[in-house]
Design a binder for this molecule. Structure first.
Ligand code: COA
Length: 251
């Protein structure tokens, strides 16, 4: 990975993590997961950081896990622990998380937001999770969190049917906090993160912990989903879907 695929920047008491692989619509590689996990953990440990912020690039929050990495596991390779490490860091964050999505938000590009406290998106953003279409299962604890948040039918449309959820309906459903025009997205997200960073940190942490509740069930679900996900990666259904994606336009 080029180190520039993940940019970590301090803006006062806000730590901003930017996925920056625009040429691949911010598809996330193992090295990118590792860099993001490290940044989340070090931000949580740093008393000077009071809020995490995760950003993408214009037009692409993320196209999800890099399908070439999926393919490598499907062909017998070792998937490593980077995805799991990132999901654990995300699900057990001690400090608040703001996310800002513009445009493409596929797979983990959607499920990340289930762990965010405030998410902003733009009118052209569509959240989608084609796990089943890829022969896979939902991840990141989404099979637990999404039905709780959205109700079974909306969660099933997203995670089972694989139907995209545009920003407007996502706000109405409670998946995101607000919809902001493209040119104001990042400033608005930073302003929200700065507002959180300016709160009394102990009171905010207590409030957030009460609202998030015990996260043991989410951690357990991430582990269970991860086990099924790894098995599914080498299924015929998944292999065929990855091959279809990777050979697009090559006739
Ligand atoms: N993994 C690896 N590469 C990806 C990728 C992914 N998840 N998503 C996009 N890319 C690559 C494309 O292969 C293409 O590479 P190339 O220029 O070398 O051919 C580049 O990023 C641009 O993508 P492209 O498909 O041309 O952009 P688009 O705007 O037409 O479509 C998407 C964007 C997100 C709709 C489409 O790329 C897509 O469906 N990606 C796969 C999403 C997915 O299933 N993710 C896994 C979820 S679990």
């Amino acid at each position: 990975m080029s180190a520039s695929h993940i940019l970590v920047e301090r803006k006062g008491a806000v730590q901003a993590i930017r996925m920056n692989r625009p040429e691949k619509k911010n598809a996330i590689t193992r090295a990118m997961y590792a860099a993001m996990a490290a940044a989340l953990i070090s931000g949580d440990d740093d008393a000077g950081v009071r809020c995490h912020l995760i950003l993408g690039v214009p037009g692409a929050f993320s196209a999800g896990n890099d399908i070439a990495d999926f393919m490598a596991v499907a062909m017998g390779g070792d998937g490593g622990t980077e995805v799991f490490d990132f999901l654990m860091a995300l699900a057990t964050l001690a400090k608040p998380l703001v996310t800002a999505a513009d445009g493409i938000a596929v797979g983990i590009g959607t499920t990340i937001h289930l762990h965010a406290d405030l998410t902003l998106a733009t009118p052209r953003t569509v959240f989608s999770t084609p796990f089943v279409d890829l022969g896979l299962v939902p991840e990141a604890g989404s099979s637990l969190i999404a039905p709780r948040l959205l109700g079974h039918q909306r969660a099933f449309a997203l995670l089972g049917l694989g139907e995209g959820m545009p920003a407007g309906p996502a706000k109405a459903a409670g998946l995101i906090h607000d919809v902001i025009p493209e040119d104001g997205l990042e400033a608005a997200a930073l302003a929200l993160a700065e507002r959180l960073a300016a709160k009394p940190p102990e009171a905010l942490k207590l409030a957030r912990d009460f609202m998030r509740g015990d996260r043991d069930d989410i951690v357990a679900r991430i582990e269970a989903e991860g086990k099924a996900f790894r098995q599914r990666l080498s299924s015929d259904e998944a292999r065929q879907a990855f091959m279809a994606f990777m050979s697009r336009g090559k006739t």
